[in-house]
Design a binder for this molecule. Structure first.
Ligand code: GDP
Length: 295
């Protein structure tokens, strides 16, 4: 579906072997290729332009050592730049609280509930934590049941209050319960809607105020392209979240949303979801995502 940019760049630079510098003309041609690849990967147009302008500056004037092909150097510059834009390093979640409170936010269908289960599973199995999952989607009994089923699968308790329609109270009571039971992480799954609405935003803002989370993770479906960026911006404006979770990266998206979201909201992407199963979770690695975007 996508042409491999790395090959394309190397091909277009093949004839330049022996030159000491990448010239402005060479760069201009390859920048077109890079921009097209970014747009193919669903990177926002403006961001693709800013990015290629920056790459141009970096590339011009960089010495090409005789042993290195200009194309390879260009690819390296582009990858380093992309990776840097996405944070350079992996970002962890804040587990310093006792308990640490992680609040999930996002639209319905983004993968919030599944990710809550994945995170609980990862923290329990790989980091020796004792998580408590909390069902705060009071409008959809099916969502509460879904979390309970996930909890059973990974053997992590799920706090619910049947009939209580106040998610703030449920979240507060869950944290109390967590302290009593010795849980060191509380993961709160919240209600999402198909589109952003005022009530959802008010509700999650109230939960935030009441529980003072260590981390607020905004969960977004990577397949939704430009919409993902707009949703991220609106959630961030209202919620000032601390990190992003990019789900459904097992699909055929190139993952350009990662770059766009990072550039627009300036918050780190902390995790990615790579499947429906509960172990399909990865820490976000900017350099790997740069490779994926470029192909
Ligand atoms: P929520 O409404 O935000 O809580 O979303 P859910 O957790 O219910 O997920 C919605 C759908 O997306 C479900 O069918 C999940 O199995 C699926 N899903 C969630 N994360 C992933 C992922 O990383 N990859 C794939 N392929 N499917 C996912």
């Amino acid at each position: 579906m996508f042409e491999n940019l790395t090959d394309r760049l190397e091909r277009s630079f093949k004839l330049l072997k022996g030159q000491g510098k990448i010239t402005e003309i060479n760069v201009a041609e390859t920048l077109k290729d890079i921009r097209r690849a970014l747009l193919d990967a669903d990177v926002n147009f403006k961001i693709a332009k800013t990015f290629t302008d920056e790459v141009k500056e970096k590339a011009l004037g960089q010495q090409v050592l005789s042993a290195v092909k200009p194309g390879q150097l260009m690819v390296k510059i582009v990858k380093d730049e992309l990776s840097g834009l996405m944070g350079g390093e992996s970002a962890d979640i804040d587990l310093s609280g006792s308990p640490s409170v992680i609040l999930m936010a996002g639209l319905q269908g983004s993968g919030k509930t599944t990710f809550s289960g994945k995170l609980a599973n990862m923290l329990k199995r790989k980091r020796g934590r004792h998580p408590l999952l909390v069902a705060c989607d009071v409008y959809r009994p099916a969502a509460i049941d879904q979390l309970k089923v996930l909890g059973e699968q990974i053997n992590v308790p799920v706090y619910t209050e049947e009939g209580n329609m106040d998610p703030v109270k449920i979240a507060q009571a869950a944290i109390k319960e967590a302290k009593k039971q010795g849980h060191d992480v509380v993961i709160i799954d919240t209600a999402g809607r198909l589109a952003i609405d005022e009530q959802m935003m008010k509700e999650i803002s109230s939960i935030k105020k009441a529980v003072q989370p260590n981390d607020i993770l905004f969960v977004v479906d990577s397949m939704t392209g430009q919409d993902a960026v707009n949703t991220a911006k609106e959630f961030n404006d209202r919620l000032d979240f601390t990190g992003v979770v990019l789900t459904k990266l097992d699909g055929d998206t190139r993952g350009g949303a990662a770059l766009s979201i990072r550039a627009v909201v300036e918050k780190p992407i902390k995790f990615v979801g790579t499947g429906e199963k509960l172990d399909a979770i990865d820490v976000f690695h900017p350099s790997r995502m740069a490779d994926r975007i470029l192909g």
